[in-house]
Design a protein around this ligand. Structure first.
Ligand code: BES
Ligand code: ZN
Length: 464
């Protein structure tokens, strides 16, 4: 282990340079204009994995390719096998004018590397790659086999990954999945995430008149679809932050007293939280703390709202249509298809006859909840502690990683969520960054993880 850690330390500068190279690819999965960049990014990553010494292939799919890189030449079935999952695709960088420097020209300021994808997720899985490189390049035997599965569609719903898992379920059969694609409560405060929210996406299109109309000549005699849409949206939630869709909460599992007590022990300061978000005042479902609201309670969010004239100056029209993109974040035991259905039914019921509403259903993912007390989870906690030097927190997170449920269903294994992002890393926002100390800590965690995990899944003599 000493050799491994020394290697990590003495190569830090090179690793940062390599990460910067990786961050230059605008691998924006949502935007067709970037599909070539997504591909080049996959190829760069695959090549990098080969240089590290991993047997690597780029698997093409109906969407963006998946990079698969493994330590084994031929599977040695005596050793445990772990998957490391990550994604090389990134969120769209817009709005560009809010970036202090361009999103795909990485820069380092005060020990932070700024670029779209720095923490979500390139920097995080790159730390794992570097940890494995360190074993391979120092000739330190790994106590397990490791396969990296780095996909290019996480930010758009991971549609191609599930069929890929199904097609390759025997090669990917493993003891656990390791994922660093979540956060930690603060610098030097590592955490194991034991729950993620699920998601259900919907798009509402409200049609009014057949074309944009002069709002002076016709306005007042015809429904304005933007207004109608706003009225519909306003009926989804009350002033106390409670969702008004009938049946929405039916399957929600309440937090236990113990969990609420754990939540209350997390480092949290309302004033600095509010400052971080830059919002005039915090808001959320009443009766719950901010940390509970954003990770253990379900929500409906408007992600996008469009209608009428958006250009400079004014244009006096009654628009022909209005559109809203919505997502619900879900908690155990809510089901995405069911929630989407409830929402559709409710919207149809309350939609006035003066407009025509079309609801289309988007991607969905189940919420995830796993025991933080399994042997593997305890091993991961040890690795976190060794790497960061302090006792790890157990946390729930509000974001979603759709594929964790498929790992469970198809491969029958749980995921260990060992996030490295800080609350101020600006995931999905302008000026995304990754703290280099988290990067280095993540590498050390990766190094400590494999012996711990291999030991944890080894069947013990008395068969327990
Ligand atoms: N890395 C995030 C998920 C995340 C971030 C979980 C922070 C917990 C804490 C991931 O890349 C992501 O953004 N997922 C999407 C999934 C969606 C597109 C289906 C999300 O949560 O919006
Ligand atoms: Zn993301």
């Amino acid at each position: 282990m000493k050799k491994v850690l020394t290697y990590l330390k003495s190569n830090q500068t090179r690793f940062v340079g390599e990460l910067a190279e990786y961050l230059k690819f605008p691998s924006v999965s949502a935007q067709p204009k970037h599909s070539k960049d997504v591909k080049s990014c996959a190829n760069w990553l695959a090549n990098h994995c080969r240089v590290i010494g991993l047997k690597t292939k780029v698997v093409s799919t109906a969407g963006h390719p998946i990079v698969v890189a493994t330590t084994f030449v031929k599977r040695n079935s005596k050793l445990p096998h772990f998957l490391v999952y990550g994604h090389y695709d990134v969120q769209p960088p817009e709005p560009l004018d809010l970036w202090k420097t361009p999103p795909f020209q990485p820069r380092i300021v005060d020990g932070q590397i700024y670029a779209r994808g720095a923490s979500d997720n390139k920097g995080q899985h790159f730390a794992h790659l570097k940890a494995v490189e360190s074993y391979l390049k120092t000739g330190t035997p790994l106590p397990c086999e490791i396969t990296f599965v780095i996909e290019g569609e996480e930010e758009v719903g991971s549609e191609q990954l599930e069929p890929f898992l199904e097609r390759n379920s025997s090669a990917l059969a493993c003891d656990a999945v390791v994922i660093s694609d979540t956060g930690m409560p603060g610098k030097g405060r590592p955490a194991l995430t034991y729950a993620l929210r699920g998601i259900a996406a919907l798009e509402l299109l409200v049609h009014g008149p057949a074309k944009d109309l002069h709002s002076g000549i016709y306005g007042g005699s015809v429904e304005n679809p933007a207004m109608a849409l706003c009225v519909l949206l306003a009926k989804l939630r009350d002033a106390r932050g409670r969702i008004l869709v009938p049946g929405f909460y039916d399957r929600v599992v309440l937090l236990s007293r113990l969990e609420r007590r754990q939540f209350s022990r997390l480092p949290f300061d309302a004033a600095s939280f509010q400052k971080l978000l830059g919002s005039p005042k915090l808001f959320g479902e009443s009766g719950f703390t901010s940390n509970e609201q954003r990770s253990a309670r379900p929500t409906i969010e408007i992600n996008g709202l469009t209608s009428g004239y958006q250009g400079e100056g004014s244009k006096t029209i009654v628009p022909a249509w209005a559109r809203a993109k919505l997502t619900c974040r879900l908690v155990p035991d809510q089901r995405p298809a069911e929630i989407a259905k409830l929402l559709k039914q409710f919207l149809r019921k309350i939609c006035p006859p003066t407009v025509r509403l079309v609801v289309s259903q988007g991607h969905g993912a189940e919420p995830y909840l796993v025991s933080p007390e399994s042997r593997a989870a305890r091993a991961a906690l040890h690795a976190l502690k060794s790497a960061f030097g302090s006792e790890p927190y157990l946390i729930r997170e509000g974001g979603s990683i759709p594929i964790v449920n498929q790992f469970k269903r198809v491969l029958g294994v749980e995921s260990l969520l060992l996030g490295l992002a800080l609350p101020d890393d600006n995931l999905h926002s302008p000026n995304e960054k990754f703290d280099l100390d988290c990067f280095f800590g993540g590498m050390r965690m990766g190094a400590h993880l494999w012996p711990e995990l291999a030991e944890a899944v080894r069947p013990s003599v008395n068969g327990r």
